[in-house]
Design a protein around this ligand. Structure first.
Ligand SMILES: [Zn+2]
Length: 393
């Protein structure tokens, strides 16, 4: 049996913040959490009075550290997981971009290979396929060459071959998108609404067959529109109106200003709102030019003002955020309490990804995915499955 104990900790549990607390990890799981000390033989990590929180769960990102998942190398997958672990991410959902079927299959094969290797970084919670079934008018930085209508032969082949797909983003108003949603529901895959012109009636139909999440709310979707004088609630208002619809937001303060983050929080609350980075290759680097998507086939982008942009500067091309930044932004700029902001990076994304019984909380029996950070939200230590994967002290 292997024990680790984290001492002198300010532990963020689902109910409270415990001061001068100790957390005992046994065989990769959380074993005990209490105020005070205990005398057992264990590897000791002194938290020095810093916060100890459940590790952050990023359910939508494309890359970081100079790599994109669609580079289709094991090295890229590992390096992205290692890079983001330095910023507090302990679990992530690798996300693809709109691409050819062949390229998508290569990415999925590479994921499978990577899960058989060992590396010191965040773990993976399956793959999120973003596209290619999107509305052209709301494509954002998704390559228009590859945007297409739902194709049952294509998605059935992919779904049957790769059982670890856990999430798929599509525009539900497209012909064939409702049937696609039904297939996803049968396979217990999260269907997410994205890059879409869906109005309220479309969203209702989509929800009825299982679409349960809005991909980067506000980005790549419509708000209220008018047709011949009549007003229609857009995708965004539908998300607000439907209690059972979860949302994720890119909380980098670039894609959405503080007041819109506040509005989403006010309406959806921390139970239904997850924070994501949607990070691209340049996250965790200092480069000023980069590529969105694969090195050979991706789109050139510039990195300035703390965000990636298409060269015409008319739209964003992903964020360069890391999860520590999302937390800092919400607490310092959106006036959200630390436990509430943490919840949107842990409990809520864990529930959305259906891993709420093993991840997202500091509670006995849960995976020992933990992050230690100071009052400025600077990451000091990241632990995945009881193993230290990053440490600053
Ligand atoms: Zn994305």
């Amino acid at each position: 049996m292997r024990f680790t104990k984290i001492i002198n900790a300010r532990i963020i549990t689902p109910h409270e913040i415990l001061k001068n607390a100790t957390l005992v990890v046994k065989d990769g799981k959380i074993d005990e959490v209490f105020t005070g000390a205990i005398d057992i033989e264990a590897h000791i990590i002194d938290a020095r009075g810093n916060f100890v929180s459940p590790g952050f769960i990023d359910i939508h990102l494309h890359g970081g550290g100079g790599y994109d998942f669609m580079d289709n190398t094991v090295e890229a997958f590992q390096q992205i997981a290692i890079t983001h672990a330095k910023y507090g991410t302990t679990a992530m959902v690798p996300t693809t971009l709109t691409s050819t079927k062949e390229n998508l299959i290569k990415t999925l094969e590479t994921y499978e290979l990577t899960t058989k290797t060992h590396y010191n970084g965040a773990s993976f919670l399956g793959v999120h396929i973003e596209g290619p079934y999107f509305a052209m008018s709301q494509r954002g930085a998704q390559d228009p060459k590859y945007i297409r209508l739902p194709d049952a032969d294509e998605y059935n082949e992919i779904l049957n071959r790769f059982p670890f797909i856990t999430r798929w983003s599509a525009a539900p108003e497209l012909p064939g998108a409702i049937e696609f949603g039904e297939v996803l529901r049968k396979k217990n895959i999260i269907a997410s609404i994205a890059h879409t012109e869906a109005l309220y009636a479309d969203v209702i139909k989509a929800q009825a067959v299982g679409y349960s999440l809005m991909t980067h709310l506000y980005s790549g979707m419509v708000g209220v529109i008018r047709k011949e004088g009549f007003r229609y609630a857009g995708t965004v208002e539908s998300a607000f109106l439907l209690d059972d619809m979860d949302v994720e937001v890119i909380a980098d303060l670039k894609h959405l200003p503080a007041e819109l983050l506040q509005l989403v929080y006010k309406i959806k609350g921390s139970d239904c709102m997850a924070l994501i980075t949607d990070a691209m290759r340049a996250a965790g680097t200092n480069v000023t030019s980069s590529k969105l998507g694969s090195l050979e086939d991706g789109l050139d982008v510039i990195v300035e003002d703390g965000v990636a942009k298409l060269p015409d500067r008319l739209s964003f091309a992903g964020s360069v955020a890391t999860t520590d930044k999302l937390l800092r932004n919400l607490v310092k700029n959106v006036s959200i309490s630390i436990p509430e902001a943490i919840k949107m990076l842990t409990v809520t994304p864990a529930r959305i990804m259906k891993v709420q019984n093993s991840k997202g909380k500091i509670e006995k029996g849960f995976d020992a995915d933990l992050v230690i950070f100071d009052n400025d939200f600077e990451i000091k230590n990241t632990i995945v499955g009881g193993e230290v994967v990053y440490q600053k002290f």
